[in-house]
Structures are given as structure tokens and as C-alpha cells.
Design a protein around this ligand. Sequence first.
Ligand code: COA
Length: 265
Amino acid sequence: MNSLLSPDTSNSAPSDPVVLCSETATSTPTVSTVSSSSASISGARGASDLHPLHAPLVFRPLQLCDREEIQRIHEECFPVRYNAKFFDNAVKNVLADGRPLFSHVACLPLPLPSSSPPLLTDSIVGCIISQFQSSQKHEHLNLLSPSSLQTHPLIMYIMTLATTQDYRRTGLASLLLKKLIQSATSNRNCGLIYLHVITYNTSAIKFYEKNRFERLGICEGYYCIEGKYYDSYLYVRYVNGGERCRSWLDSVDEVINGFIGWFGL
Ligand SMILES: CC(C)(COP(=O)(O)OP(=O)(O)OC[C@H]1O[C@@H](n2cnc3c(N)ncnc32)[C@H](O)[C@@H]1OP(=O)(O)O)[C@@H](O)C(=O)NCCC(=O)NCCS
């Protein structure tokens, strides 16, 4: 596969990740508990089988008091090291350039003050952080067809998504992703959601493919971890009628598939 995007260090590289403004920063944060209907979104679970671990969880955007917790979960779950500014901005949900940030965390509520030792904040067991970006940026132009570029000036980029070990394979990341997809689709200007996954991260690859993301290409040397460069796959899910930029190879594929279908091969 060809490289589609050059490394975008402004978004996800360890040295300088950037978090953008949050729509939630100026409004009252919405807090929700998990419901059996929302638990069915992964497709693997029915509406009635809410995972028992999810029952006490509270879902809400990041808050200032999450500063230490959000860093802890990132250091626990990612080999990439994010700098302090990334976390400072994430919990403020605001950056200078004014673009929106979508953050959502799943947390176990604060225990009673009498608990020993007393905890100062909720314990975060899952989080998703993403941002709207302009689809017109040079490196994004090949993600959408020319007509989609006109109708969809925005795209959403998933910066990080993680769940702690105890909550893995319980559908929690799927719940957080569903909330992000709802946010992206509720903005009609947004034509796609995309992300990078380091090529050896098979669990994340399986996770995104199960959630109907398609692999569009490979970005060589996208991540730098402890001085070594690693390739990443680019995954995309189109929303709001956004369409892929098609190459002549796609047309050849279609003709071949047409013949295969026609002759019943
Ligand atoms: C990737 C990650 C977010 C998945 O979280 P999760 O809470 O386990 O995800 P879910 O329970 O919603 O999984 C949904 C589906 O994804 C796939 N999946 C998730 N983890 C998998 C694994 N280790 N192996 C195979 N498939 C896996 C499965 O199809 C799963 O459905 P199933 O359990 O019914 O088989 C989690 O493993 C994680 O935090 N990893 C570290 C951080 C990271 O790599 N983030 C992604 C890059 S931003």
C-alpha cells in the first residue's frame, strides 16, 4: 500500500500532540450512566446483556480534576509518550486555535470520603480524545472525493482511545467510540472519522475493523517510540454521506469484480 499521509506530528506523535478546543468546555458537561440500550452498540451484545462491570460507570467529558488520571491511563495503555501540555490541554478542553475537541471518559465514581486512603478524583477506566480538523488541509485532500470535499469541510481525528486491562473485551471501547461517532455524525459538515494505528497493534486493528473502519493506507515512520520509527495504518469510517477519493485502481477492481460476478466465478 502506498503512503497516504505524511506523519502528522501535530496530532499524535509523542513529542508534540495537540489537543483542540472542546465544545464541552463552555457548556455544562453531560454526565450519563451506561444503559442497556447503549451497551448493544458493539453488535456483539444484545440490549439485555449490559456487562456487569459497566453498571457503576459514569460517562462524561474530561474535567480539570482528571489531569493526573488521564496521564496515568495514557502511560498505562500507550507506548507513545505524550507531553505534559497534551494532558493540560485535554482536561481544559480548550486550545488557542479554537477548533473543537471531543473527549469522553468512563469512570468509577469517587468513593466515600471515609475511604482509606481517600481518592481525590474518579478513577478513569476508559477514554477517547479526538478533534475536528479541516478536510481542506493538504494532507487530507485524498481522503474525500472532490465533491465530498465541497460538502464536508470537516473530518474528525481520533487521537487516543483506551480502556484499562480489567475492562477490555467488555464492550467499553465500543461504547466510547459510539459516543464519538454520534458526535461526528451530528455535525453534517463532517464527512469522515479517521485515525492511525501502529501496524503491530492487532487488538486495536481488530477493534476498528469490527467497528466498520476500513484500512486506507500505511504511513511510514509515523510513530517515533524511544528513538525508533514505526509505520502506522490509516483507518477511516465515512459518515454523513462522505465518499472516498477513488483512484483508477478502484475502477479496475470494480471491472474485475463485475466480471467475476457476471461469470459466477
Ligand atoms: C484497542 C482497545 C481500545 C479495545 O478496547 P476494548 O474495551 O477491549 O474493546 P471492546 O471490548 O469494545 O472490543 C470490541 C471488539 O474489538 C475486538 N478486539 C478488542 N480487543 C481485541 C483483542 N485483544 N484481540 C482480538 N480482538 C479484539 C473484538 O472484535 C471485540 O469484540 P468481542 O470482544 O466481542 O470479540 C484496548 O485494547 C486498548 O485500550 N488498547 C491500548 C490502547 C490502544 O491501542 N488504543 C487504540 C489505538 S488509539
